[in-house]
Design a protein around this ligand. Structure first.
Ligand code: SF4
Length: 328
């Protein structure tokens, strides 16, 4: 659309995508994310309520943002999430509404989410072995996840992407099985390198995905492929396009030069980069009655705080917060 507003940071990157964490709580405790003994959750009184979320996203959309991903913690733990999804999907300018979930509750919500306007789905699934899922997530939930996936497929949510965090010595022997599983069910696979986010991220054995990419390309005859969706993954696909696998490689080959996103945590803190602490607090503005103009100006100011890139290699101990606070 000519003259459509564009939100641009100081490095000339077009910021069109926000990952919205609607809760910092989760029913799982994945190795690389939330420690089992974590208790320091945000108080519900400090959560942005649905009116505040809708108003703030409305301001972002006014300035050119078009994509919203609902995340957590586990977003399906936030009560009445389909209602929030419907309100976000109705915001003028929002063209794409997706969800990232661990799928343990998905069987209950798939139909309502689809009806509310959620189109695309990312499901975390790091193994196909019940015992291994129990070790990674501290919960015996593989049947619930598979059941959730079946309900999502039935509800017509598509595409469905499977997010597998590759952990050396934990699930690296299962990558080809996961390819087979995704081929069989028509899912898109995304393999993700671990990041030093919090002590949990730092304590998880990193695995370079570049050799894995080469191995899968020769094993399954995959070719380079482009994929819509504005995400950081680099894709390979079968020549017939029936199967795709994406590689999210923040360590071995980062994608910061084309970064198009920011993250909003449940308490209204805008994190400008997953790998940095640059942030802007919106809750005080929203609760002190800021005008629409003041909100727009605050967003423009906040975007100038966006750093060029992460420093995961240079300063691996820098990020103390856990992945669950910003929803990956
Ligand atoms: S690390 Fe920061 S700059 Fe790089 S892609 Fe992620 S959010 Fe963007």
């Amino acid at each position: 659309m000519p003259n459509a507003p564009v939100l641009t940071d100081t490095f000339g990157r077009h910021i069109e995508y926000i990952r919205l964490s609607v809760t910092d709580r989760c029913d799982l405790r994945c190795n690389y994310c939330m420690p089992e003994d974590f208790r320091d959750f945000e108080e519900p009184k400090d959560w942005l309520n649905f009116d505040e979320i809708e108003r703030l996203l409305g301001a972002f959309a006014r300035l050119g943002l078009a994509r919203v991903r609902l995340t957590g913690g586990e977003p399906l733990l936030r009560r009445h999430l389909p209602q929030l999804a419907q309100r976000i999907a109705s915001i003028p300018g929002i063209e794409d509404l997706s969800l990232s979930t661990n799928a343990t509750q998905l069987d209950k919500h798939a139909v309502a989410l689809k009806a509310a306007g959620v189109t695309r789905l990312n499901v975390s699934l790091d193994s196909l072995r019940p015992e291994r899922i129990k070790t990674i997530t501290k919960r015996d939930v593989l049947p619930d996840i598979l059941n959730g996936l079946a309900h999502a497929k039935q509800a017509g949510l598509a595409p469905i992407k499977i997010n597998m965090v590759a952990m050396r010595g934990t699930n690296d022997d299962e990558i080809e099985d996961m390819v087979g599983f995704c081929m069989e069910h028509g899912f898109i696979l995304r393999l993700i390198e671990t990041m030093p986010i919090g002590k949990t991220g730092r304590n998880t054995a990193y695995m370079d995905l570049q050799p894995v990419k080469a191995m899968l390309a020769s094993r399954f005859g995959l070719i380079d492929a482009a994929f819509p969706g504005g995400g950081p993954a680099r894709y390979l696909a079968t020549p017939d396009g029936r199967f795709s696998v994406g590689f999210i490689t923040p360590i071995s080959q980062h994608f910061c030069a084309t970064c198009n996103r920011v993250r909003l945590s449940v308490d209204g803190t805008l994190y400008l980069c997953l790998g940095q602490e640059n942030k802007f607090e919106f809750r005080p503005l929203l609760r002190d009655g800021a005008t629409d103009c003041e909100l727009d100006d605050a967003i423009r100011l906040a975007i100038t705080y966006k750093p060029e890139r992460h420093e995961f290699l240079e300063q691996p101990d820098k990020i103390v917060r856990f992945m669950s606070m910003t929803g990956g």
